[in-house]
Ligand binder design. Structure first.
Ligand code: UFG
Length: 328
């Protein structure tokens, strides 16, 4: 299949591109490299550098590449940043997504997969979180993804654009050895913990230990990027039978302290930790119900232990201590 992947040079996008290419698809990556890395794009994929804000450019890329399906990863993705700069999300994220969706309709692309987020559910009152949980975005970031889900809903109604919205919980792990997490600045828990293990940082600061959880630290549902990738491949196939929305996580929660302890076991290194202030906006517990995607698509996560997820990330970080820098 001919598939256009926006943000395919980023952490999650490039792992999905790797799996799409291996499955024999003809992939075009569209990325402005504001956060992504050229070296993350696997060899057989065609790379086009450019910006989704530029509507005529986007139309041209679709007219040239004639994709049969689009996967849209390109996005600002940080909850905290969105609380400081809401327009980056409520304007930029939404505008870029809508430009792409308009181009999809204009160029007769009828299959679309959106990277959505667990932040749609803000601070949920029921765990695990299933697809029926009330949507109450926890930040402008979550709101921007929900707005895009609503646009897709109407484009399906009006133009027959079939879509899947995949609401990721905490993406983690690496498509090691070649692809992994490389953000600047890095804000995510597992890469920061592994940077401490490598001696690149002095310590990990735990953002609060007085939450209503067994050890007082936040609990998150970590899902391996390659399991995320498989879900995209299954969802794309299932679009034959119509649009759909799935929550996408392992269905298990691990606390920040459990992550640090598991990283100590995996790396065999001492990882100094200290407790700091809570980070504003962090919900205590986020765990997905993945029943729907398991039942409907037969998806099962391969990496369902925390150690296996951290081990793959550790392979990447050890081999690429400065991320993609050495390969660019
Ligand atoms: N944490 C620390 N110290 C750090 C970094 C993180 O204690 O230095 C804690 C956070 O407080 C949180 C947990 O580790 O409790 C995970 O934090 P991350 O920043 O790794 O991930 P988030 O849960 O904040 O957010 C991620 C994605 C979002 C997505 C969300 C959905 O970045 O895009 O998961 O669950 F919306």
């Amino acid at each position: 299949m001919r598939i256009l992947v926006t943000g395919g040079a980023g952490y999650i996008g490039s792992a999905v591109v790797q799996e799409l290419v291996e499955a024999g698809n003809e992939v075009t990556v569209l990325d402005n490299l504001s956060q992504g890395h050229r070296a993350a794009v696997p060899e057989p994929a065609t790379f086009v550098q450019g910006d989704l804000r530029d509507r005529s450019f986007v139309e041209q890329v679709l007219a040239d590449r004639r994709p049969e399906a689009i996967m849209h990863f390109a996005s600002h993705t940080l909850v905290g940043e969105s609380m400081e700069d809401p327009f980056l999300y409520l304007d930029d994220n939404v505008r870029c997504g809508v430009n792409l969706m308009r181009a999809a309709v204009n160029n007769d692309v009828d299959r679309f997969i959106l990277s959505s987020t667990a932040n749609l559910f803000g601070t949920p009152d029921r765990i695990p979180i299933d697809e029926e949980a009330p949507v109450e975005p926890g930040s402008p970031y979550g709101e921007s993804k929900f707005m895009l889900e609503r646009v897709l809903h109407w484009l399906d109604e009006i133009h027959g654009l079939r879509y899947a919205s995949l609401r990721y919980f905490n993406a983690a792990g690496a498509a090691a050895p070649h692809r992994g997490e490389d953000h600047d600045p890095e804000t995510h828990l597992i890469p920061i913990v592994l940077q401490v293990a490598l001696g690149q940082r002095e310590k990990i600061v735990i953002f609060g230990d007085e939450y209503d959880t067994p050890d007082g630290t936040c609990v998150r549902d970590f899902i391996h990027v390659l399991d995320l990738a498989q879900a995209h491949i299954l969802a794309l196939r299932a679009l034959e039978d119509g649009s759909r929305v799935y929550n996408l996580g392992n269905g298990k929660g691990f606390s920040v302290r459990e992550v640090i302890d598991a990283a100590r076991r995996v790396t065999g290194r001492d990882i100094p930790a200290e407790v700091g202030d809570p980070r504003p906006g962090d919900p205590a517990v986020l765990i997905a119900s993945n029943e729907k995607i398991r039942n409907e698509l037969g998806w099962t996560p391969e990496y369902d232990s925390l150690e296996a997820i951290i081990e793959s990330a550790w392979q990447w970080h050890r081999r690429h201590p400065n991320g993609y820098e050495s390969s660019e």
